[in-house]
Design a protein around this ligand. Structure first.
Ligand SMILES: [Zn+2]
Length: 459
């Protein structure tokens, strides 16, 4: 059964064939750490985490390399750090830590490599890459930086290379030029040319100034991904992923740089996930209708709101290629669904024992068909075998209670639970309800069963 993926570059659902099955290579554009991450970032990370898990299942965990970068040098970081009176590096480090906490809560596996633009070897690679483009006359200097000449894609690409600039985003060169007119600079050879390197401005802090043969400055945005991909995955690799808003200019420009340097595209399959809507409107940071991941997990007082597995489940209910709508009700419904799995899971432990679970064929078939996670979830709902259900949930990274270490009760919580059991046995309902409320306030939900037993889980 082949894995099928929709390739943005060809606009087709294609059978995936790795260049080298002993090292399947995936690159995903990561975050710019100038603020906490929002649920749009959660979607990108969860979608490619599923792809990563599936590739590991198909080829073996040690045969898949996954790179996700941090754009830790950027105007947004510099400006935000200046507002906060911090050094840009300090701000980026804090936000990277916050991102990692979010990813852990959402059950995302750490990628093989998480390079940063500020890593000395990445910066050295960026400078070499640009020097090479300048030697080929594909890059040139203006008064504020070094630019890529996009017309060189046609002259530098190898004869059998089908790529043309604008192919990925579906834009025509004329449109691109018209779109760029607002910022027309006389010094640019063509309005569509973009910055590979920005010369330092006097007000910028020392931590974002880098020496280069062509002048002190810092990289433009697109160049870093071309360099990190090449350094960690080679000049040509299998899959490049990201949110669909990155198709243009980011990914198109990555392709242009790589074709100018190597004569060929750097990634064969381009996968893009759709955006998030909030209460029906496209989520956008500039419109202010965005939701931080941490705010879906905890309320303003810091008390648990929705669990990481519930947020993950909500994201997986929609195919990655379609917009997912965020609302409190949608999260609540996903949370209820995840709770259903957790209780099923607890009751299953006794029923199934140690029997080795298997992944049902329809479950894998759904995922192999362009990561149809909503269909895979419906297979989970239909299964009668609890150990299988648990195995499928684990495959999707939806941790059930039994797997979550942090769910162990503290001594104090255990005492409360024991006292409540005693109160119930004594039919002291007022006391029993009071303890239930107390535990609920601590994020521990109880369920009383007809046989007199009580199970608990963390919200
Ligand atoms: Zn990128």
């Amino acid at each position: 059964m082949p894995l099928k993926l929709t390739n943005t570059l060809t606009r087709k659902k294609e059978d995936f064939k790795p260049l080298d099955a002993s090292n399947v290579r995936l690159y995903v554009c990561g975050v710019t750490p100038y603020d906490h991450s929002h649920i749009g970032h959660a979607r990108v990370c969860v979608v490619y985490d599923i792809l990563y898990r599936l590739l590991r299942h198909m080829y073996g965990a040690e045969h898949v390399t996954y790179v996700r970068n941090f754009t830790d040098i950027d105007d947004k970081i510099i400006n935000r750090a200046a507002e906060l009176g911090k050094d840009p590096k300090e701000l980026a480090d804090e936000m990277i830590e916050s991102f990692h906490a979010d990813m852990k809560a959402l059950g995302c596996l750490p990628p093989t490599h998480e390079p940063r633009v500020s890593d000395p070897e990445v910066m050295a690679g960026i400078i070499t890459f640009i020097e090479d483009l300048m030697k080929k006359d594909a890059a040139y200097a203006t008064s504020d930086g070094i630019y890529l000449d996009i017309s060189k894609v046609e002259t530098l690409k190898k004869q059998n290379e089908g790529y043309h600039y604008g192919q990925l985003s579906g834009k025509k060169l004329g449109q691109l030029i018209a779109g760029a007119r607002v910022e027309v600079k006389r010094e640019k050879r063509s309005p569509g040319d973009f910055a590979l390197w920005k010369f330092s401005k006097p007000e910028e802090p020392a931590s974002v100034r880098f020496e280069a043969s062509f002048g002190e400055g810092r990289p433009g945005w697109h160049i870093e991904c071309s360099v990190m991909g090449e350094q960690l995955l080679g000049a040509r690799f299998d899959i490049h992923g990201g949110g669909e808003d990155l198709q243009f200019p980011h990914h198109e420009n990555e392709l242009a740089q790589c074709v100018c340097r190597h004569g060929h595209i750097h990634a064969n399959t381009w996968v893009h996930n759709a955006f998030i809507t909030v209460d029906g409107k496209k989520m956008s940071k500039s419109d202010g209708n965005f939701v931080y991941i941490k705010d879906a997990l905890r309320d303003e007082q810091g008390a648990p709101l929705f669990s990481g597995p519930a947020v993950r489940l909500w994201l997986l209910q929609t195919h990655y290629g379609r917009p997912a709508n965020y609302s409190h009700d949608a999260l609540e419904a996903a949370w209820q669904r995840s709770v259903g799995y957790e209780f099923a899971d607890l009751q299953a432990v006794a029923r199934d024992g140690d029997q080795a679970p298997t992944l049902p064929e329809p479950f894998l078939a759904a995922l192999m068909d362009d990561l149809n996670t909503s269909k895979a979830l419906s297979v989970i709902d239909k299964t009668k075998h609890r150990s299988q259900q648990q195995a499928m949930l684990a495959f999707l990274g939806i941790e059930t209670q039994a797997e979550r270490e942090q769910t162990a009760l503290s001594k104090e919580e255990e005492t409360l639970l024991t006292r409540r059991t005693a109160a119930r046995a004594a039919k002291n309902w007022a006391k029993s309800d009071h303890i239930r409320d107390d535990l609920e306030a601590r994020g521990i939900m109880l369920e009383d069963h007809p046989d007199g037993t009580t199970t608990w889980r963390r919200k």
